[in-house]
Design a protein around this ligand. Structure first.
Ligand SMILES: *Cc1c(COP(=O)(O)O)cnc(C)c1O
Length: 407
């Protein structure tokens, strides 16, 4: 008899997006004239940088000729891209990561989701609350989460990110073995200081734990003193894996390219308590289950590191961040307190009421869509997330409408 993975039955259906969609549909049916503006988008909206398009075209042409055609590439990614990343994203910022510690992939979602596969089932997992749902659901699938009750999984440690702690959770008192951190954060937009991050690295070293650090939004950091990489903290190499993506950095959400850093001295432990190196385990997993990212896409990603590419990416991100500034200023004017929006495309607004209530008010009175914080975990129940991923014109119009509706 063929049987299913029973853990899948514990997954909670997410009604967030279908719920949002049906409320939008109802509103639109009742107000056919209103043009709805979406500030709930967790996806890039601006076109790929021209440097990437040019490189991709060239690579496609190479694939069309026998003498330059390429078949299977290295699963870990082409050297040309891994070298550029090591040089520009790490060495140039004073962090010591070598090209062969970088694994190119088709997404940080897949990597943050898959990485737990090489770890034991009987470990304690800690996630921030609110949380990017991938961290939780992949551990549910693997059987680490236990049953679901009262909005939480019994065996998962939820680390509250609240106004009181500046949306930066403290290390938990109950021992956590696997810790997910994400800065700049989705959904709160919060950042972490180097001192706070060091506390986490120290915790992982003292408790023989591992940190999975999601830095998908590092390119949005505008202050040089805020760490862009966990490896800026001394001692992090042994206890942290870092995930990055070209998705939000360069608009690759539909093109697909990301990478994961596993330092050669990053360790976990086997049954006998002996250290086991994660680099070789992840290399084995990655090369067994993954075929590598398409050659033209890796060439496109490489082009981000050319001088033109760097300029173009900077200007795209600056555009989103100007949107974020416009949203922040309007929230301030209306007297809302919020986090994020300074080094992140997300503004996490304290709704001062149930998140669906403010969602409905903003939709019905202003024709603007946001994301109710309740969809990201118990700590999000009184928040909404506004996104700067949209055109300047739409953001300005949305803020004018919200101003009129809520002032
Ligand atoms: C968008 C996002 C990613 C990037 O995912 P990709 O699979 O690389 O597109 C990773 N983590 C978080 C928290 C995100 O919001």
């Amino acid at each position: 008899m063929i049987k299913i993975n029973e853990h899948y039955k514990k997954l909670q259906a997410s009604y967030l997006f279908s719920d949002i969609a049906s409320r939008i549909a109802d509103f639109q049916a009742a107000n056919p004239e209103t043009e709805i503006i979406r500030l709930g988008i967790g996806d890039a909206t601006r076109a790929l940088p021209p440097a990437c398009i040019e490189a991709m075209h060239k690579a496609v042409d190479e694939m069309g000729r026998d003498d330059t055609f390429r078949g299977y590439g290295p699963e870990q990614g082409y050297e040309f891209l891994r070298e550029k990343i090591a040089q520009h994203d790490y060495a140039a910022r004073g962090t010591d990561i070598s090209a062969d510690e970088i694994f190119i992939s088709d997404g940080a979602k897949c990597d943050t989701g898959n990485f737990q596969e090489i770890l034991a089932t009987n470990i304690r997992v800690a996630v921030p609350d609110p949380v990017y749902p991938v961290y939780v659901d992949t551990n549910v699938m693997a059987g680490r989460a236990g049953g679901f009750s009262g909005g939480k999984y019994e065996n998962i440690i939820y680390m509250p990110s609240t106004k009181e702690n500046n949306y930066v959770p403290q290390p938990p008192e109950t021992g956590a073995d696997l810790i997910y951190l994400c800065f700049p954060n989705n959904p709160t937009g919060a950042t972490i200081t180097k001192e706070e991050l060091k506390r986490w690295v120290d915790y992982a070293r003292d408790n023989k734990a591992l940190i999975l650090y999601d830095a998908a939004y590092e390119a949005f950091i505008r202050d040089k003193t805020i760490p862009r990489s966990i490896y800026e903290v001394e001692g992090a190499r042994e206890v942290a894996v870092e995930f990055r993506s070209f998705s939000k950095t360069a608009g690759f959400t539909g093109t697909r390219c990301a990478f994961t850093v596993v330092p050669k001295d990053c360790r976990a432990f086997d049954e006998t308590g002996g250290a086991a190196m994660l680099h070789s385990l992840w290399n084995r997993r990655h090369s067994t289950k993954f075929n590598g990212v398409a050659y033209p896409v890796q060439r496109a990603a490489e082009a981000i590191y050319t001088p033109e590419g760097q300029e173009q990416v900077k200007s795209i991100i600056a555009g989103y961040m100007e949107n974020a500034d416009i949203i922040r200023k309007q929230m301030e004017e209306l007297g809302f307190s919020y986090a994020g929006g300074r080094h992140s495309p997300y503004i996490w607004v304290d709704a001062q009421t149930d998140s669906w209530e403010l969602f409905d008010a903003v939709l019905k009175k202003a024709g603007v869509v946001c994301t109710p914080g309740a969809g990201f975990g118990p700590c999000g129940r009184r928040y909404i997330r506004l996104s700067a991923f949209n055109s300047r014109e739409n953001v300005e119009r949305a803020m004018q409408r919200i101003h009129k509706a809520l002032q």
